[in-house]
Design a protein around this ligand. Structure first.
Ligand code: KG4
Ligand code: ZN
Length: 370
């Protein structure tokens, strides 16, 4: 079975073609094209929704052509179209959704709408290479930490109850940010320090330089809500603390040591809160698997420290993280999720008459995981 994935929820235009075979099932990513808009948004220090939509419109057709051309495929060979319908920026989502609907209509293909955050989780849970895990019942219950530019959520993932043969999953959000997302805190900190957009990778580079030197860090930032007995997060206070640290040290902002110290401390503050809450949730829900997903999951220090903590606390949970290029936004994760939403492990559609007409697909900027 060949699935075409389409992703335009924020500022990356993604088109991927994924082959699904066998009962397990095995996924093979045949092509995974991502057109980044970093250069367009960089000068604004963040994503400008209308500019993002304009870029998606310009790039989506060439991305499709490239995805098909690299593997010498024709649209007629596609069996299913999977498209991100939310959550995300509505001007961006509409471009991908309408493009996917037009393809479904033009080539008479079934189409399924996918939740972007489910895509991030499935990127970690689904089989993407021979060494990775299949979505099997032994992985559940799982606790997924979904950390991106727009979301920070702790999600309880359990196997979907019906139909029994289906290996899809059900989701319950057990905690989420009350204000800003972790990725946004990375991005704003970088903006305040003049490190450009997107902030996460830039902060990680500066923090790594600082940590290498192993000198005392003179900056102290708060770990918001770390001791509260719930699974919610708040990063707006941390952002403000970064702002005042910079304002109160104006004479030091040109000093690269100061910049490195702020980056290392801000990154560590975010990591401490994320790890603390995730491990507590994993313990309470007796998680067999801990999943780290979303763009911030590309942060090497977070990956390393979460893995270390799981091992040190001798938790019996498996730790799953997607490959680096499947952490940030891409359409391969959307194609794989589309499979679980539509098909049984045999590759047949769940219902003999799948409700997959293009007429039923709508973008929803505030779509929630269920
Ligand atoms: O999932 P994603 O690609 O897009 C959204 O759905 O938002 O996540 C983007 C976020 C941005 O905030 C970006 O700064 C952050 O992921 N990010 C990182 C790293 N790479 C990307 N944050 C920390 N460290 C990184 N290495
Ligand atoms: Zn994302």
């Amino acid at each position: 079975m060949i699935i075409l994935g389409i992703e335009t929820s924020c500022d990356d235009t993604g088109v991927a073609i994924v082959e699904v075979s066998g009962k397990r099932p095995i996924f093979k990513i045949l092509s995974n094209v991502v057109s980044s808009q970093i250069k367009v948004h960089q000068k604004y220090g963040g994503v400008v929704p209308n500019l993002a939509a304009r870029e998606h419109l310009k790039n989506i057709e060439p991305c499709l052509q490239e995805a098909l051309k690299t593997i010498n495929y024709k649209p007629e060979q596609i069996d299913l179209i999977a498209v991100t319908i939310g959550p995300g920026l509505i001007p961006s989502l509409l471009i991908g959704v309408h493009f996917a609907k037009s393809l479904a209509y033009r080539f008479n293909k079934p189409i399924v709408g996918v939740n972007h955050l489910e895509g991030h989780i499935i990127a970690a849970l689904a089989a993407i290479n021979p060494k990775s895990q299949i979505l099997n019942p032994k992985l559940f219950p799982a606790i997924a930490l979904v950390v991106s530019g727009g979301h920070t959520q702790l999600v309880l993932v359990t196997p979907q109850k019906s139909p029994a043969a289906n290996r899809g999953a059900s989701y319950k959000i057990i905690g989420e940010t009350r204000d800003d997302a972790a990725g946004e805190c990375f991005d704003k900190t970088a903006k305040l320090l003049g490190l450009g957009y997107p902030g996460g990778p830039a902060i990680a580079v500066e923090a790594a330089k600082n940590n290498k030197q192993r000198t005392m860090n003179s900056i102290n930032l708060p770990r918001p809500m770390i001791d509260q007995k719930n699974y919610d997060f708040s990063f707006s206070g941390l952002k403000t603390a970064v702002l005042y640290t910079i304002k109160n040290n104006e004479q030091r902002t040109a000093n690269s040591k100061f910049v490195r110290e702020v980056c290392a401390e801000a990154q560590q503050a975010i990591i401490d809160v994320l790890i603390n809450k995730t491990l507590r949730a994993a313990k309470e829900y007796k998680a067999k698997t801990i999943v780290l997903a979303g763009g911030v999951a590309a942060n090497k220090e977070l990956r390393k420290q979460l893995a270390m903590n799981i091992e040190q606390r001798t938790m019996n949970s498996k730790f799953l993280i997607p490959d680096l290029k499947l952490c940030t936004d891409n359409a391969a994760m959307i194609a794989m999720t589309g499979y679980f939403k539509t098909c049984l492990p045999t590759g047949r559609y769940k219902s003999s008459k799948p409700n997959t007409s293009w007429k039923n697909i709508k973008a929803n900027a505030n779509l929630r995981l269920v």
